[in-house]
Write a new protein. Structure first.
Length: 128
């Protein structure tokens, strides 16, 4: 990954997952500036006032959907994380234009795939 700073919006309502993401960024010295939203409503407010290069969204939020967030910013690459490894959900996410669908695991090893997913999402965005 290049040394260029990547502005990331993490939409995650689980504190443990938030802390795990922050630990990943810190320990891997990833070039991310990030904001955390705990709901779709908070994410929408941030998207109206700030610019992000990529968004990582927990699939299960109580107040909205990925499709609703995409409507307001259709060019923003979105990566979905979910505790549900449903193939049907992954297909729906891809049809909605999501860059990647990553299944969370209890050990947190799914976090290791986030930097590559972010890099690929950024590359696709540049090619479009």
């Amino acid at each position: 990954m290049s040394a260029t700073t990547i502005n990331v919006l993490l939409v995650e309502d689980d504190l443990v997952d938030q802390m795990a993401f922050e630990r990943l960024v810190r320990t891997a010295a990833l070039p991310y500036e990030y904001r955390i939203a705990t709901s779709c409503a908070e994410a929408r407010r941030l998207l109206q006032t700030m610019s992000f290069d990529v968004a990582i969204l927990d699939h299960c939020l109580d107040d909205g959907t990925v499709c609703e967030l995409r409507e307001g910013c259709p060019d923003l690459p979105i990566i979905i994380t979910s505790g549900n490894s449903s193939e049907a959900l992954a297909v729906q996410a891809k049809q909605a234009g999501v860059s990647a669908y990553i299944t969370k695991d209890l050990a947190g090893t799914y976090l290791e795939s986030l930097p590559l997913a972010i890099e690929r999402a950024m590359q696709r965005r540049i090619c479009l």
